[in-house]
Design a protein around this ligand. Structure first.
Ligand code: PAF
Length: 283
């Protein structure tokens, strides 16, 4: 496994594979890798001959500077993990490589509507930062496929829309959410949870499962279901930002004609913001 830090070296390596007729898969990450990330690499390996993983903590997508500062950086361990799953190339640019003219002068990519709702509503500028860095990574690597986790379901749909809107011929694939035995979705931010918070955090997922069960049992009052779920979270000590039952293809509030649903949640536990979602298919 090779590691490159410059765009020139990255392009050189990718070009040598292209000249041999090999296909390229990309897994963008911010590092601090867990089993969920490694499963995305495995997924990319099935779809493409060569897999590139990028590791870059992107300041443009952090609305909270403390969160950016504290974000866990574990490059050495990450590289060992990536090597163990057969990643071919790791791209670890620094800030100047990604944003040579500084953040303020960087041209930005905005994805309207889907980038403004749910997490977009609560985290100002977040999805613009994601869309910008992912577009840059796509232009640097020119992959055939790119894999993103379903844990960040809104991000996954936003990137699909971005590639369609900007005519990028990259297949965007969603990788399933990896969970702790308790049901807690794996996330780099789980590291900040105390052991008691970690146990409690599984309630976010349990709550989603309860909403899903009620939907499957024919409950029609979606507003009430979401309010109840928020109240349960509040009682357990969370500060919920939203619980919403959405159409799974555009994340608009679901109506009763929609069969493919996604139940979306974001809630804070202390300083830690947790997000999760599950699919619910009604027949
Ligand atoms: O999901 C993430 O880790 C980040 O949002 C991404 C896609 C790597 C962009 O910085």
């Amino acid at each position: 496994m090779d590691t490159v830090t410059s765009v020139q070296d990255l392009r050189g390596k990718v070009l040598s594979w292209r000249q041999k007729g090999l296909s390229i898969g990309l897994v963008p990450t911010m590092g601090n890798l867990h089993s969920g990330h490694l499963s995305l690499v495995n997924h990319a390996k099935i779809k493409a001959d060569k897999v590139v993983v990028s590791i870059f903590v992107n300041p443009l997508q952090f609305d909270d500077k403390t969160d950016l500062y504290d974000y866990p950086r574990t490059l050495e361990v990450d590289l060992k993990k990536l090597s163990s799953v057969g990643c071919d190339l790791v791209f670890t640019p620094n800030l100047d490589t990604m944003y040579p003219n500084g953040l303020r002068e960087q041209s930005k990519v905005t994805v309207p509507v889907i980038g403004e709702i749910l997490c977009g509503h609560h985290r100002s500028g977040h999805f613009e930062g994601v869309a910008t860095v992912v577009s840059k990574l796509f232009n640097m690597v020119l992959p055939d496929t790119a894999v993103f986790g379903e844990k960040d379901y809104q991000q996954l749909l936003l990137i699909k829309k971005l590639t369609q809107d900007l005519n990028m011929s990259i297949e965007i694939i969603g990788g399933k959410t990896y969970r702790e035995p308790s049901g807690l979705a794996m996330s780099s931010r789980n590291k900040y949870l105390s052991s008691s918070e970690r146990i409690l955090a599984a309630e976010v997922y349990n709550n989603l499962e309860i909403v899903k069960l009620q939907l499957c049992q024919g409950e029609q009052d979606y507003t009430q279901l979401c309010l109840q779920a928020e109240q349960v979270l509040k009682r357990r000590g969370f500060a919920p930002e939203y619980v919403e039952i959405c159409n799974e293809t555009n994340l608009m509030p679901a109506n009763h004609q929609d069969k493919g649903l996604r139940i979306m949640v974001a809630a804070k536990l202390g300083q830690i913001r947790l997000i999760d979602n599950i699919a619910c298919h009604l027949d």
